[in-house]
Design a protein around this ligand. Structure first.
Ligand SMILES: [Zn+2]
Ligand SMILES: [Zn+2]
Length: 695
């Protein structure tokens, strides 16, 4: 082996002595521009991996810093904090067995097998202990350990032993936080035929006498920050039960959620966002504003739209129905159940059964029936109702179709992840050469929809490619469909990213995300290219050559789920819908009962102009009724008394904005009618204090 190595960063190249760490190499390359937590190292064979800063780099490596204030850097920071938390838990609960602790969006968790669930007091003690440990500046030290030695070291940690065995047989190689057999390092050399090694990270304490002591060890793939003092800000949030490996036949563990950030300021902004999101929770606002109802006896993930919510939903449905017709879609209606035969042909029973409600055995039907988890097979039956000609393509079939999916109770989340929901679902049957145009049309349609409903421009467009496991279709089919989606994303003008392996089992997809008023990102629209169902159902069209050809099928739902989009809007608008969407647009308040007559006349004028209006007659004080209108977030409250009745005017109190007196009734009616007709979004979005966090 040579005594010197060459490393790169961009065009820069330096020669260093063998054994130089990633941090030393980055410094020598003058590559560091901020707080760095780890390095990304590309070896000469092209393999790229995240690398501990104090780990020696191999000869020929190209290095890039991973900064603390990036998604990648935060994941490393959070994961390092998860180790710190597990160390604190095992200090305070010596019998705890620890399982896994990955970073997640905005934070991390770690699962523990403990005698009793953690209490809020426990979380405080654990967090205090974490701060003590962090101040000790413990180093995260990486060590490669052969399998047997790893099994012995963690012999009293059954979950770790299980992970070691699962990793070894390849079952969970892709798990986020498990030790993966390590690629041979440039600095150690490696025999590919040798027993795979596992990596163990030890939190090492430096003692006053110059010696060191291992404070805690975990089996982990890494990397981590170099030392606990490099975790600037963290907070434990809550705990909840969670099954080991997410399976109900496995032990129930206790999961502690926390968050960690690159600065105290970023942490505080995130905590403010959590508070703000709690205030805006669609279940809470749904109850307060009588939009929706989710009683226990209904079942989780199912919703009743009360009249206020139903009026908002009707606007959404009217908008999408009108727009689909204007864009050349053809409406259909289809049932909620179908014979199992249909789901057998479609492949759902084979590939999707765990999300389907069980079959309904009916005595006289001679077959079991299933609730529909998707609308696609029904739209295929609409397509195959007669012979189709190439002249009819693209044929765009459209429906607001209600589907039922048996989501695990642990993942059901109000209307955001429901068991019963309605998709604005369309299936476009087209020729191969029409796929790109159709997908571009869908992306543009989604953009118009977000703009109409106050979510602005799409924030993220992602193309999901073929999943590793459980997918059907040939390589050529996947390649064609993936290329078509990328070409469409390209043409629509959005910067798109690739979510490798995140496609559906039957084809790749484009996901489109949008940001709400407090900066949270939501995945809403999905557009999928499918070559599988046309084959399974053997659907064809007659081409201009008189022969039968197989069409492509594009699935797309723009709202995604009406319920989910509704919930996102409720939280984004904080329940204060723009006038065109508001269930009640104007409330009229007579100052005393002698003006009930004029108030009623004002309401009639508005109603005749298509405004949703309500008169709150004078049986409570005016002050109380004004507060009530404010609490209900009605866009406009009109107050009328003697002078208004005489001059045929109104006093206008908008939900937000300046009050106006003596507004001519005709002028107000024309104004509000125009605002509704143009589906105006000018009404200021209800941003409570602190809501700028995270935006
Ligand atoms: Zn780790
Ligand atoms: Zn579909």
């Amino acid at each position: 082996m040579s005594q010197t190595i060459t490393v790169h960063h961009g065009d820069a190249e330096v020669q260093l002595h063998a054994g130089t760490t990633a941090l030393q190499a980055l410094k020598a390359l003058e590559a560091i521009r901020g707080a760095v937590v780890a390095a990304e190292v590309t070896t000469t064979d092209g393999a790229r991996s995240e690398w501990d800063l104090d780990r020696p780099v191999p000869d020929g490596a190209a290095l890039t810093p991973i900064y603390a204030d990036t998604d990648q850097g935060r994941a490393i920071l959070r994961h390092s904090t998860a180790h710190l938390m597990a160390q604190a838990v095992t200090d305070l609960f010596p019998n705890a067995k620890w399982a896994i602790g990955p970073p997640i969006e905005d934070g991390f968790y770690y699962d523990f097998d403990v005698a009793a669930p953690f209490t809020p007091d426990d979380l405080e003690r654990i967090e205090a202990r974490m701060h003590e440990l962090a101040r000790e500046r413990q180093r995260y030290v990486r060590e490669e350990v052969p399998k047997e030695a790893a099994r012995q070291e963690f012999a009293d940690q059954p979950y770790k032993v299980e992970i070691i065995d699962l990793v070894d047989d390849g079952t969970i190689l892709s798990a986020v936080d498990t030790a993966a057999p390590d690629a041979p390092d440039g600095d150690t050399g490696g025999d590919p035929a040798a027993e795979p090694t596992f990596t163990v990270y030890r939190n090492v304490r430096d003692l006053d006498d110059g010696s060191t002591e291992v404070a805690w060890s975990d089996l982990c793939r890494g990397p981590h920050v170099p030392s606990t003092e490099r975790i600037p800000a963290f907070k434990l949030l809550r705990s909840a039960g969670a099954y080991w490996r997410g399976r109900e036949d496995q032990p129930m563990l206790q999961r502690i959620y926390g968050t960690a950030w690159e600065s105290k300021k970023a942490l505080q902004a995130h905590l403010d966002l959590i508070e703000e999101a709690k205030k805006r929770d669609h279940r809470k606002l749904g109850r307060d504003l009588e939009l929706t109802h989710h009683p226990d006896e209904l079942g989780p993930g199912l919703s009743i739209f009360l009249p206020n919510g139903a009026l908002v939903r009707k606007q959404m449905e009217d908008w999408i129905r009108d727009e689909t017709l204007a864009r050349g879609y053809q409406p259909v209606y289809t049932p909620h159940i179908a014979k199992e035969d249909l789901w057998r042909i479609s492949g759902h029973l084979e590939n999707y059964a765990e999300l389907m409600y069980p079959g309904m055995e009916l005595d006289d039907a001679g077959a079991a029936y299933r609730l529909k988890p998707m609308n696609c097979p029904f739209h295929i039956l609409a397509f195959t109702s007669r012979t189709r000609s190439y002249r009819e393509l693209p044929l765009r079939i459209s429906e607001l179709g209600t589907v039922y999916r048996y989501e695990r109770s642990g993942v059901v989340n109000g209307m955001l992840r429901a068991r019963g929901f309605t998709q604005d679902d369309s299936h476009i049957f087209c020729r191969a050469d029409q796929v790109v145009d159709e997908v571009v049309g869908c992306i543009e349609f989604a953009r118009d929809l977000y703009a109409a409903f106050g979510l602005g421009e799409p924030s993220r467009v992602a193309v999901s490619t073929r999943p590793d496991a459980k997918s059907i279709g040939t390589d050529e089919q996947w390649d064609y469909a993936e290329q078509a989606l990328m070409a469409a994303a390209e043409r629509s003008g959005y910067d798109y990213q690739i979510d490798a392996g995140e496609g559906a089992f039957y084809g790749p997809k484009i996901d489109i995300h949008a940001r709400d008023a407090i900066g949270r990102e939501w995945q809403l629209t999905t557009i999928q290219v499918d070559f599988n169902l046309p084959e399974r159902f053997d659907i064809t069209y007659v081409g201009d050559d008189g022969e039968r050809h197989r069409p492509f099928m594009v699935h797309r739902a723009l709202f995604g789920s009406i319920e989910r989009f509704f919930a996102v809007m409720v939280e984004s608008f904080n329940g204060a819908f723009p006038t065109w969407l508001a269930p009640e647009q104007v409330r009229v308040l007579p100052v005393a009962d002698e003006f009930d007559g004029y108030a009623t006349e004002v309401a009639q004028r508005l109603r005749a102009a298509g405004v949703r209006v309500h008169v709150d007659l004078a049986d409570a004080t005016l002050g109380n009724r004004i507060r009530e209108a404010q609490t209900s977030k009605v866009p406009y409250t009109l107050v009328v008394g003697g002078s208004e009745a005489e001059a045929r005017t109104v006093a206008v109190r908008p939900y937000q904005g300046d009050q106006r007196k003596d507004v001519d009734l005709d002028v107000f009616v024309a104004e509000v009618a125009a605002e509704i007709a143009t589906k105006g979004l000018d009404r200021p979005v209800d941003r409570a204090a602190g809501s700028g966090a995270g935006a």
